[in-house]
Design a protein around this ligand. Structure first.
Ligand SMILES: NC(=O)c1ccc[n+]([C@@H]2O[C@H](COP(=O)([O-])OP(=O)(O)OC[C@H]3O[C@@H](n4cnc5c(N)ncnc54)[C@H](OP(=O)(O)O)[C@@H]3O)[C@@H](O)[C@H]2O)c1
Length: 241
């Protein structure tokens, strides 16, 4: 794919990785980028960047965006939330908000924009997932469930949109240095580096971009027995009388 020919729409484009996507798309010569945000007035001004009001959890908002941005050929589903809820005792409201944004928001966008992409020869969808789709730990398992659902969605729409010639690429990564992770101590990637890796993969026709070693390792171990993946959990069970 020659990305310079595309007209892109990035969700959650006002900050974080979404803003990095907008900047990198422009740097690569994309002439028009719709920077979609719940509050378009928060989108940094840039030539070639068209702020667009969009809440991915709102049907009417998504329908309106698809009518306005009806020349889109590359849809970047980046908008997401992380509430750090635990599955067993986190607030159900938080768990639902993650599913509503990360899974249903992505689904809503794909359903609204699939005809737009088809009308322009197929185009491409880039879905932003997470290593958390493939691993569990003490926190964020609710977020992980929403990203695992979004991964299945990504694989499913790739199959369903193949006939209309739409390339569907998944991006997954571990921690990135954005507001989402501000309260968490971890090794964090630069969001600009992540956006560059994703667009390199997209341009090369990759179906999945694993942006760092941690993500690649967890993905590669999916076939292993959970007892090997989580040895620390085997001890209490084995100790039971
Ligand atoms: N940061 C990480 O470590 C990390 C790692 C793996 C994957 N990811 C994924 O990368 C993507 C971007 O995350 P980030 O780190 O850049 O997070 P961020 O800095 O918190 O930004 C999240 C973006 O999503 C937007 N958003 C949230 N709910 C929305 C909705 N209902 N409709 C439209 N936009 C909405 C936010 O808009 P507002 O400004 O209006 O809130 C904001 O622009 C997410 O999908 C996230 O799950 C992040």
């Amino acid at each position: 794919m020659d990305i310079r020919q595309e007209i892109a729409l990035v969700t959650g484009a006002n900050r974080g990785i979404g803003h990095s996507f907008v900047t990198e798309l422009r740097r690569r010569g994309v002439t028009k980028v719709y920077a979609a945000a719940r509050r378009p007035e928060t989108v940094p001004e840039m030539p070639g960047v068209v702020p667009l009001r969009l809440d991915v959890t709102d049907d009417a908002s998504v329908t309106r965006a698809a009518a306005v941005a009806d020349d889109t050929t590359l849809l970047v589903n980046n908008a997401g939330v992380s509430t750090f809820a635990r599955l067993t005792d986190g607030a159900e409201e938080d768990i639902r908000r993650e599913m509503e944004t990360n899974f249903f928001g992505t689904l809503r966008m794909v359903r609204a924009f699939a005809p737009v992409l088809s009308a322009h020869g197929g185009g491409a969808v880039l879905n932003v997932l997470s290593v958390m789709a493939w691993m569990a730990y003490e926190h964020s398992n609710s977020y992980g469930a929403s990203k695992a659902a979004a991964w299945a969605l990504t694989n499913g729409i790739r199959y369903e949109l193949a006939d209309q010639g739409t390339q569907v690429t998944a991006l997954a990564m571990a921690s990135v240095d954005t507001d989402m992770m501000a309260a968490i101590e971890d090794e964090k990637a630069d969001p600009d580096v992540i956006a560059r890796a994703a667009l390199d993969g997209l341009e090369a026709g990759s179906l999945e971009v694993l942006a760092d070693g941690r993500t690649a390792r967890w993905k590669s171990r999916l076939g292993e027995d959970p007892a090997l993946l989580y040895p620390q959990l085997a001890a209490p069970a084995a100790a039971r009388p």
